[in-house]
Design a protein around this ligand. Structure first.
Ligand SMILES: [Zn+2]
Ligand SMILES: [Zn+2]
Length: 430
């Protein structure tokens, strides 16, 4: 693998897609050529039917990391940081512990908790930080924008966008499951919309939308919710961002315990399904009327979708309408805010009290699905303790609780695989 004529430092939290787009722009070539020169397309035969598979967004084999590092003159660790697999340590929906899948392809295929085809973005972040290199090639297409729980930009105090304002399509619409749209198009700037708008015609290259997605200046007022809602969503977003940050707090309070960040995101995923299935049982936990109203409409549509699936012959997939995270940032913030409130209980008893109406409503509607959403492999041990069905399962918990005051710094419980009971002072940062 020969080195490319010029290198480029990756930006903070950049995706592999974004890096290839910026590097191609710097070299004055097409992203497809960069993919070939960095070894992402494998054998020559694969170059003809050109695609860089979606799984490469998530992970590369050691050989591919080495080849990519060599040709771009990056350190292998810098290459790894361009991949979403490096987020798995703090993000349960991508970690094998809560999403047991054998290969990178399986981890990303049909995993609604990684946005492979519909990345959100902040138009102001795409403008860049004003440095010379970012003025030339734009800001970072961020990895965290691929995670559904990242729905707002706290720096620019706004919700992320989900589509191009000009063509109204997702901004990197790709054919053939590739991480790069229009790989041979070398005329587009990295921050221009690469979606092909005209219908595909054989033998003719249709134009790209080409709208400039980077927008300096403020947020259009129609994209902002009311002040109280915005403040709530930004606060929630900050807390979740801190948990994803590799140097942020490793443990966080959850139903009276301290649990690892990855477990917390798994619990948010589990509760999202429960909130939608049992809606409107959790409505009173919505932070503002605007958020509750937005969820009314969305939950209704989800129930309609699930009914349609249930009535179909063959495999049902009727859990998906409830477990798929909303793409719309306001809805995502709304439902995560409720999940956060439920997990914020002082202890398992209080958590159980808060969640019982949801569990009853969900079980009345669909007992099997309600149990499926609370299955063991899907959530942290403490949440499982709080919402499991059988009173007998509470026995070990009662023994733990009976063991007296908790020392400062928490106490490791033998039955709980690395979780510890939170000392009061650690709850809510008191
Ligand atoms: Zn921003
Ligand atoms: Zn567009």
């Amino acid at each position: 693998m020969r080195s490319l004529p010029r290198g480029l430092d990756p930006l903070s939290d950049e995706t592999l897609t974004g890096y290839i787009l910026r590097l191609a722009h710097r070299l004055g070539t097409s992203p497809g050529m960069v993919a070939i020169r960095t070894g992402l397309t494998g054998r020559r035969r694969d170059n003809v039917l050109f695609r860089v598979p979606i799984r490469f967004l998530h992970d590369l084999g050691p050989e591919q990391v080495r080849a990519f590092a060599q040709s771009t003159r990056l350190a292998p660790e810098e290459v790894s940081r361009l991949l979403t697999s490096s987020l798995a340590e703090r993000y349960g929906p991508l970690s094998e512990k809560f999403t047991p899948r054998k290969s990178a392809a399986r981890m990303v295929n049909d995993n609604a908790w990684l946005l492979t085809h519909t990345p959100r973005y902040c138009p102001q972040c795409l403008v860049g930080d004003g440095s010379e290199i970012q003025q030339l090639h734009g800001g970072s297409w961020q990895r965290s924008w691929r995670l559904p729980p990242i729905f707002a930009c706290t720096k620019h105090r706004r919700l992320l966008r989900i589509s191009c304002p000009t063509c109204r399509q997702p901004v990197h619409t790709v054919e053939m499951n590739s991480i790069i749209a229009r790989p041979w198009d070398e005329d587009l700037h990295p921050t221009q919309c690469r979606t092909t708008i005209a219908p595909r015609t054989i033998g003719r290259l249709q134009p790209a939308c080409g709208a400039q997605l980077a927008e300096p200046g403020g947020v259009p007022s129609e994209e902002l919710p009311d002040v109280q809602t915005l403040e709530h969503l930004l606060g929630l977003q900050r807390r979740l961002q801190d948990l994803l940050d590799p140097v942020g707090p490793a443990m966080t309070p959850c139903v009276g315990w301290l649990i690892p960040a990855a477990d917390y995101f798994a619990d948010l995923r589990a509760l999202l399904g429960l909130v939608f299935l049992s809606w409107p049982a959790g409505r009173s936990f919505a932070a503002t009327p605007a958020l509750a109203e937005a969820l009314d409409h969305d939950a209704e549509q989800r129930h309609v979708r699930a009914r349609t699936l249930r009535d179909r012959p063959g495999k049902k997939h009727s859990s998906r309408p409830f477990t798929d995270p909303p793409l719309d940032p306001l809805l995502m913030g709304a439902v995560l805010g409720i999940a956060e409130r439920l997990l914020d209980a002082d202890d398992e008893e209080q958590a159980r009290e808060r969640m019982l109406p949801l569990i009853h409503q969900a079980s009345d509607l669909d007992q099997a699905l309600s149990l499926y959403l609370r299955r063991q492999a899907w959530m942290s041990f403490p949440l499982r303790v709080a919402i499991m069905n059988h009173f007998n399962h509470m026995a070990p918990m009662r023994q733990i609780i009976a063991r007296g005051p908790i020392p400062e710094g928490g106490r490791e419980e033998p039955k709980s695989k690395g979780y510890c009971r939170a000392p009061r002072s650690r709850l809510r940062g008191a």
